[in-house]
Design a protein around this ligand. Structure first.
Ligand SMILES: O=C(O)c1cc(=O)[nH]c(=O)n1[C@@H]1O[C@H](COP(=O)(O)O)[C@@H](O)[C@H]1O
Length: 308
């Protein structure tokens, strides 16, 4: 799957990922109204509204982008109905040829990690049959439990040709509380970066990149530069561009010399673009066109920084 991600990036010349993080208050009134007319102001109605909202954005942008990253929390807010919208979104994006990164941030003791891996990137056995559950292409995982919490994910990646992104240095303001702590003179995030490199050494694709990637926030560019060298074969998923303040010029060192190796996420900056002054002329009715323009601008911004 890492090779498909690389191919999609090369085809689109767009090292970006659109974060499908739908909040109900981003969903334009006409979509909410239609969903509520059919299902009432219910969790089902909310699920329908966020699914239709996503579909509009995917239809307007899929030809420009390599991948999407639905964040499961936004769907879980609405319980089972939200999860149905999550699954419909995953399937629809895959149909459109996009790589789907399920942002689920899981990780537990080995046996439990195995169940997470099976449910999201693997297959479950039911009697004599096997079924894929959510069936994303990649998922995000939390390394806090150590190697036996990660190995089940890597094993399923190998069996199913899928991938993971391991949290290494997160974009949020408090990320340094634990992640920057020095251990024998080295920050913890660097030690996790070493482990990511090791965990991925056995699952390197034809592209030269491994199925074990890393998450490094756009808001800590100096650390991104160091981590790029610590994990040369890992793709870096870079959240924090746009709404969290990350700038394209800061992200150049997250990439390798081949202009690959990083994929920059923007969620609110794309899906709620029509609410920004810059794209207000599109109006709520044409929210998806505003998202398309925001994607075009983001690609130009990042490629411009790489060219410079
Ligand atoms: O794993 C992630 O994607 C992630 C890691 C991190 O360090 N910071 C971070 O913001 N994210 C996710 O990236 C997205 C950022 O959304 P925006 O700030 O709206 O672009 C959200 O889905 C976050 O959950």
């Amino acid at each position: 799957m890492i090779d498909k991600l690389v191919k999609n990036i090369q085809k689109t010349n767009a090292p970006i990922v659109v974060g499908l993080d739908p909040m109900l208050n981003y969903v334009p009134e006409h979509i909410q109204k239609a969903a509520f007319a059919e299902y009432g102001e219910t969790l089902e109605g909310a699920g329908e509204a966020i699914w239709q909202f996503n579909k509009g954005i995917v239809d307007a942008t899929y030809d420009l982008i390599p991948a999407v990253k639905p964040q499961i929390a936004m769907y879980e807010q609405f319980g089972i109905e939200g999860l149905k919208a999550f699954k419909k979104t995953v399937d629809y994006c895959k149909e459109k040829g996009l790589v789907v990164i399920g942002d689920i941030k899981r990780g537990d003791i080995g046996s439990t990690s195995t169940a997470y891996a099976v449910g999201h990137i693997g297959k479950v056995q039911v009697g004599s049959k096997t079924y894929a559950g959510f069936d994303e292409d990649f998922i995000t995982v939390n390394p806090y439990l150590g190697t036996d919490g990660i190995k089940p994910f890597v094993d399923v990646c190998k069996e199913e040709n899928k991938g993971i992104f391991v949290l290494v240095k997160t974009s949020n303001p408090s990320s340094g509380e634990f992640q920057d702590r020095l251990i024998d003179g080295r920050p913890l995030y660097e030690i996790v970066g070493d482990m990511v490199d090791k965990w991925g050494s056995d699952v390197v694709g034809e592209s030269g990149y491994s199925a074990v990637g890393a998450v490094v926030g756009a808001t800590y560019p100096e650390m991104g530069k160091v981590l790029r060298k610590v994990m040369p074969k890992s793709f870096i998923l870079v959240p924090g561009y746009g709404a969290q303040g990350g700038k394209a010029a800061d992200l150049v060192h997250y990439f390798n010399e081949d202009r690959l190796g990083a994929i920059v996420n923007s969620s609110r900056g794309i899906i709620a673009a029509y609410k920004q002054d810059k794209y207000a002329q599109f109006g709520a009715e044409n929210y998806a066109d505003a998202s398309r323009q925001a994607v075009v601008d983001m690609i130009e911004d990042i490629n411009g920084a790489l060219d410079a």
